[in-house]
Design a protein around this ligand. Structure first.
Ligand SMILES: O=C(COP(=O)(O)O)[C@H](O)[C@H](O)COP(=O)(O)O
Length: 327
């Protein structure tokens, strides 16, 4: 039993706070930041034994893991880095941790580029995509299509309550894509002008369910009804290994103030009374889109009908896993 709480580098605490506060957000970006934080922990460690070094690294991984529960890219990233920690001495372990984290970050970038090329093949010249939230994997598909010389237009849902659609709109505009920004409630009306719904994912379950920003499932149901194909761009880091043994994915509930600011609370409360015990504000950050409403999951290994994604999961994960820091 260790006598003291392991030292966590301040930069790890800062990264954890940034992820929890959504200063760093989006599944791929969170994974990248978590790997960088573990490398920083290794670099700054003053541990005097290999056991102490490992305890610090596991404590850092645990702090990062506790930030947000839904994007499986976070535990997958932590597990990947921790499994690569090798050596008998602190110096050797430090070097292997840093190298592993760097390799992870390079692979992540490469996977997104490859995925983009696969996704671009689904987009034709002149197509209009409708987006929800902000997904770097989804935008990689549009970027690759543009590099292929195709003209793409976008209808961008603003995505209440955090308005990630503004980030999507800005990045698409920087690529030269004409953008129509709409409120979320206008999505069904504008689906008639869209050739694809294009979204990312925080987790993909073994049955092909897609866990992504709240509102994705309603959009997919409407898209199916309007005959618009739904394409999910998700690197394999988004595949959730625990769902292979029946576990479900936790949906993050975020602070009600994101939906209703303190200053607006009295407008909604009975007779303007604050607090109002009968008034509940709920803020689920994600929802689950069943596989029957998804046409294709695009990964760096190719595109899959959602029902077949379990084949890729078996290839990549083999048997299932335990807590990310249990190496
Ligand atoms: O739902 C979100 C972000 O939610 P939040 O803003 O709450 O983190 C994104 O669609 C996925 O994370 C995929 O993003 P990426 O493709 O960049 O991994």
């Amino acid at each position: 039993m260790p006598n003291e709480t392991p030292d966590i580098a301040p930069v790890v605490e800062e990264t954890a706070t940034d992820i929890a506060d959504m200063e760093v957000r989006g599944a791929a970006t969170i994974a990248d930041a978590a790997a960088a934080a573990l490398a920083a922990q290794a670099q700054r460690s003053e541990a005097d034994s290999s056991e102490a070094f490992r305890e610090e690294l596991e404590a850092a991984a645990s702090a990062l893991y506790e930030t947000r529960p839904t994007a499986v890219s976070l535990p997958n990233a932590l597990r990947y880095v921790l499994r690569g920690v090798e050596g008998e001495t602190v110096e050797a372990m430090r070097e292997s941790t840093v190298a592993r984290a760097e390799a992870f970050r390079e692979d992540l970038e490469q996977a997104q580029e490859t995925l983009g090329e696969v996704g671009a093949n689904r987009l034709r010249d002149g197509d209009v995509v409708m987006t929800h939230c902000h997904s770097t994997d989804a935008l990689a598909c549009v970027e690759a299509a543009i590099e292929d010389g195709k003209e793409i237009e976008a209808i961008v849902k603003e995505t209440r309550p955090r308005l990630q659609g503004h980030i999507t709109a800005s990045e698409l505009r920087s690529m030269g894509v004409p953008v129509t920004l709409i409120v979320d409630n206008a999505a069904r009306r504008y689906l008639d002008e869209a050739d694809h719904v294009l979204v990312g994912a925080d987790s993909i379950a073994a049955d092909g369910s897609v866990i992504n920003k709240i509102g994705t499932s309603g959009l997919a149901v409407n898209a199916r009804e309007r005959g618009v194909p739904v394409m999910v761009a998700a690197q394999s880091i988004k595949l959730h290994p625990d769902t292979m043994t029946g576990h479900t994915v936790e949906i993050e509930m975020r602070d009600e103030r994101e939906v209703l600011e303190e200053t607006a609370y009295a407008d909604v409360a009975a007779d303007g009374d604050v607090p109002d015990d009968g008034l509940t504000v709920e803020n689920p950050a994600f929802d689950v889109t069943p596989p029957r409403h998804v046409d294709a999951i695009v990964t760096e290994h190719g595109q899959y009908p959602p029902e077949s994604i379990v084949m890729l999961m078996r290839d990549l994960f083999g048997e299932t896993t335990t807590d990310p820091w249990a190496v």
